[in-house]
Design a protein around this ligand. Structure first.
Ligand code: 13P
Length: 249
């Protein structure tokens, strides 16, 4: 059975004062529930503190990006090994905000995902179309291309997570409809089956991201081939994050 993952992405939000939210989320997740993982990806400055705050609970902590190299002359960058050392279990790679703000290409994202695997982290590889691409009817071709280019050679199905985040639904309050999500997730699973076989593809959690909230989570999580969520704004408050986690099966 495919694992379910409820993952938060704090983006560039959170100070030490926000660690109470991690503690509350950890307390709410407690020992966890069978088949459902809970994860909060936080800014690099908070990873080790968040890991300490979550210690003893089933709540996991992740980073939001990583460099492809293990170490070296890359001022300001963070390696996957550093995130693992700080207590991370996962790292988001290829978020559309990084693809846009930092010009990250599929090739760069694949390098980052490979680095995550090298360091023993689970990469959450993000893909998703712009509004222009959707209106032009290019969505399925575009995400298929992103999948082909962003998953590193040699990755095993059980080691990766894919997040489908339509750019027009991120931080806009506009959620993709269940039908839209269904169409794209079905296509993603088919592309993954071509690469990993049907049994392999079935092992890869496919997350939806984009304005997911306690009020719409149940409907989204019901969609076939949705195995969890990548939640931005609503993950900043433990109560909202836990309300979504509570609806996951
Ligand atoms: P929002 O949930 O704030 O729309 O953000 C989604 C996202 O980008 C998660 O990675």
């Amino acid at each position: 059975m495919t694992r379910t993952l409820i993952a938060g992405n704090w983006k560039m939000n959170g100070l030490k004062a926000s660690l109470g939210e991690i503690r509350d989320a950890a307390a709410g997740v407690g020992r966890g529930k069978a088949g459902v993982e809970a994860l909060l990806c936080v800014p690099a400055t908070l990873v080790s503190l968040a890991a300490e705050a979550a210690h003893g609970s089933a709540l996991k902590v992740g980073g939001e990006t990583c460099h492809d190299a293990e170490s070296g002359a890359h001022t300001g960058d963070i390696s996957a090994e550093m995130l693992a050392d700080a207590g991370a279990s996962h790292v988001i790679v290829g978020h559309s905000e990084r693809r846009t703000d930092h010009g990250e290409t599929n090739e760069i994202v694949a390098g980052q995902a490979a680095a995550a695997l090298r360091a023993g982290l689970t990469p959450i590889i993000c893909i998703g179309e712009s509004l222009g691409q959707r209106k032009a009817g290019e969505t399925l071709d575009f995400v298929s291309h992103q999948i082909a280019g962003s998953i590193p050679e040699g990755a095993k199905a059980e080691e990766i997570v894919i997040a489908y985040e339509p750019i027009w639904a991120i931080g806009t309050g506009e959620v993709a409809s269940p039908d839209q999500i269904d169409e794209v997730h079905t296509a993603i699973r088919s592309r993954l089956a071509e690469r990993f076989g049907a049994d392999g593809a079935a092992l890869i959690p496919l997350l939806y991201g984009g304005s997911m909230k306690p009020g719409n989570a149940a409907e989204i999580l019901e969609v076939t081939d949705v195995n969890g969520g990548l939640i931005g704004g609503a993950s900043l408050k433990a109560a909202d994050f836990l309300a979504i986690y509570g609806q996951a099966k």
